[in-house]
Design a binder for this molecule. Structure first.
Ligand SMILES: Nc1ncnc2c1ncn2[C@@H]1O[C@H](COP(=O)(O)OP(=O)(O)OP(=O)(O)O)[C@@H](O)[C@H]1O
Ligand SMILES: [Zn+2]
Length: 697
């Protein structure tokens, strides 16, 4: 019998070694999928590289491997190094990450089941390699220049590097992705393309499928059925899929012939996983490129400040597309000072849209063009209140208001999901006059239809108002149908949340308006201005994408803080200026990307339990710190986050801040292993997790 080291899904804090030892009758290559006994169960595991520093143990105590899934080629060395790195960096065990990123179906399968799947897969017809692709557009001069730098690396003829493709909205970044992928494919390699949310951009998938009809394209995201996900993953791993288009989890997809990694909208927060191993797929994509010596292409009109700083410092190669395709202009930005708008009569609510904006919308309707209204709040009203006694629709389980949804007459908590019917009268005083306070997309949709009801469309009939948000797109296929209606011109005004601001190539929209985006600025998160700027710039980018209409395209912003520097930069479409001013502020304040953070989060029913755990964790971290590092590493005391109570659990968090990534990693490597045992001493603690490079603070 031969001893093998196996990664199984045990959390790091369980106090077990990163991999467990088992016995096998035959030698097993690292990366082989096996099933092994653990406790009373049989669990999936991956044979891992033997750690030369591991303590020797007695073979007589070891159990044999239960089953070897021979039919699956072993996961290769670069894949295992990516997992090793992720585990180390995000403070998880190797097995926790390695198994968690396999398709759930694969983890369940036994050897027979896997064999059957593979036979079935082999019977699938391969795409016809002679299928003809539609003619490609001639490159713009900007695209040609960018590709001259990129293509040699995608073919494998030049040194790989990480590139930032900073291209304004509508500058044709997708065409650059397509050509980069094409170069890799022609060199016999595979391309990995990451997108923030695949369902939001069915257009992108369609464009890739259309461009490469003779190639096999697979998608990987959480919306697939377990069987589809396994099938797509297998095709990638077996080298039969040439292109993988997926969300953050696809960064871990095994690709034996990887040739290029593209990360579209690299600034998007959804690249960061918010539970389990809280990894950043964008950051891991960069690491993977480095590891496998393939070029990485990060694309955005509004890069994250982390990426922008890397590009400025020359660590990433900066490629720019400063102009829209067809020399189309970017929309003219108007900042509407809401403090200067006429006051409504006493006792009346101000209208949702200021008169000049409404006028601009009327013009669009009359010309048969579309307007997009962006309001980042779904539901009818964020709160319901009683004017007599001051009662408000709080959530009994969270420190948050419940949102009034008019369509099904419910009050719903967007944090814990708790919902019930809207009361007929105030639950506290019985007053019948309970009113919505504020406005969400549902209400805006209703109000816009009312405000525009007196105008006639050129085609006849009333103005058609539609809404796209998480509520209107709950049913499968409904988002695609609604987007198709917008593309077909069957909608005059589209009201929506962030969902409508991202990535869509709307050809008929000439006016985009942000209705009161200020709220986003008044949070304690230091990234709030960066996020809002990106959102507004992306939203503006949905207007005037048809070069012929670009000159009359506009972006309007209704704001109570028109003096904010963010709006001046937006008016000038000057990302660089905005980034520079934000970076200067961050540097002064010692915030990322000039410092590096880790957060320990936890929750308990009793806040005292959460706080006691964090206080001890804090003291443990401080005890580890040599005095000479006092100004390089700061360990903060526990605090409550913005929404402190969710679903009956009190949340608390504590922050570690370091001058350098290496220092932070050094501290984490010693501190994190202490947290498991520490947690055991705090009965009543429900959950806890270390979040390295947290996004929301
Ligand atoms: N070389 C080209 N010739 C003609 N049309 C092009 C060319 N490149 C891109 N386009 C078209 O220009 C439009 C905008 O391109 P694309 O959607 O790639 O922009 P983008 O930079 O990704 O924008 P965003 O950041 O807003 O998503 C698309 O309709 C695309 O088909
Ligand atoms: Zn709640």
């Amino acid at each position: 019998m031969i001893r093998v080291s196996v990664a199984v899904e045990t959390p790091q804090y369980a106090g077990l070694a990163p991999c467990l030892d088992y016995l096998s009758e035959q030698p097993l290559l690292p990366g082989t999928l096996v099933r092994v006994p653990l406790g009373k169960r049989d669990v999936p595991g991956l044979v891992w590289d033997v750690d030369p520093d591991a303590a020797p143990c007695d073979d007589r105590l070891l159990k044999p491997v239960s089953e070897v899934l021979q039919a699956l080629p072993p996961l290769d060395g670069p894949w295992r190094r990516l997992i090793d790195f992720s585990a180390r960096y995000y403070q998880r065990s190797v097995g926790e990450i390695a198994l968690a990123v396999l398709p759930p179906e694969l983890r369940r399968l036994e050897a027979d089941g896997l064999d059957r799947r593979l036979v079935k897969l082999a019977r699938r017809p391969a795409p016809d390699p002679s299928a003809e692709a539609p003619p490609r557009p001639a490159l713009s001069p900007g695209q040609a220049a960018v590709l001259a730098t990129l293509l040699p690396a995608c073919r494998g003829d030049a040194d790989p590097a990480c590139h930032l493709l900073h291209g304004v909205t509508g500058s044709g970044k997708t065409e650059v992705y397509l050509r980069s992928a094409e170069a890799a494919l022609e060199a016999g390699r595979q391309a990995l393309v990451l997108v923030p949310e695949i369902n939001l951009t069915p257009q992108l998938e369609a464009r890739f499928a259309e461009r490469f009809p003779g190639r096999r394209l697979v998608t990987l995201h959480s919306g697939l059925t377990p069987a589809q996900r396994l099938q797509h993953w297998l095709l990638a791993h077996l080298g039969q899929a040439d292109l993988v288009l997926g969300t953050r989890l696809a960064v871990f997809c095994p690709l034996p012939r990887l040739g290029v990694v593209v990360v579209d909208e690299e600034h998007d927060p959804s690249y960061k996983q918010q539970d389990g191993a809280r990894y950043s797929a964008r950051d891991l994509a960069v690491y993977r490129g480095h590891l496998e010596r393939v070029p990485v292409l990060l694309g955005s009109a509004t890069p994250s400040l982390e990426t922008w700083l890397h590009a400025q410092a020359g660590r990433y190669r900066l490629l720019s597309l400063p102009e829209r395709i067809g020399q189309g202009e970017l929309p003219r930005v108007t900042v509407l000072d809401m403090t200067q708008q006429p006051k409504p009569p006493a006792g009346r609510e101000a209208p949702p849209l200021a008169a000049p904006l409404l006028q601009a919308m009327r013009q669009r309707v009359e010309r048969g063009e579309q307007t997009l209204l962006f309001l980042n709040r779904r539901g009818f009203a964020p709160v319901l209140g009683c004017s007599a006694c001051g009662w408000k629709s709080g959530c009994p389980h969270c420190s948050a208001w419940r949102v009034f949804h008019k369509r099904d007459r419910t009050l719903r908590c967007h944090h814990c999901g708790f919902a019930d019917r809207v009361p007929r009268a105030c639950p506290d005083c019985g007053n019948l006059d309970i009113e919505p306070i504020g406005r969400g997309t549902e209400r805006l949709e209703e109000q816009v239809a009312e405000l525009l009801q007196d105008i006639e469309r050129p085609g006849g009939g009333p103005v058609r108002v539609a809404r796209i948000d998480a509520d209107s797109t709950r049913l499968k296929g409904s988002l695609e149908a609604q987007l198709a209606a917008v593309h077909a011109g069957d909608v005059d005004v589209l009201v929506g949340t962030q969902m409508v601001t991202k990535g869509h190539d709307f050809r008929r929209v000439t006016l985009v308006a942000a209705v009161n985006p200020d709220g986003a600025l008044f949070t304690s998160d230091f990234r709030a201005p960066e996020r809002l700027f990106a959102t507004l710039m992306q939203a503006a980018g949905r207007a005037g994408r048809d070069a012929q209409a670009a000159a009359r395209s506009e972006m309007w912003i209704q704001t109570w803080t028109p003096g904010h520097a963010l709006f001046a930069a937006l008016r000038a479409h000057d990302f660089a200026a905005f980034a520079q001013s934000q970076l200067a502020e961050r540097e002064m304040a010692g915030l990322p990307p000039y410092s590096h953070l880790a957060l320990l989060r936890c929750e308990a029913r009793d806040p005292a339990v959460a706080e006691a755990f964090l206080r001890e964790a804090r003291d443990a971290a401080r005890a580890l710190m040599p005095p000479e590092l006092a100004d390089e590493l700061v360990v903060y005391s526990p605090v409550a986050p913005h929404v402190a109570k969710v679903a009956g659990f009190e949340r608390r968090q504590m922050l570690l801040e370091a001058r350098s990534r290496a220092r932070l990693q050094w501290l984490l490597a010693q501190w994190a292993p202490q947290l498991g045992p520490l947690r055991a001493a705090h009965k009543g603690l429900a959950r806890w997790a270390v979040d390295v490079d947290p996004l929301d603070i």
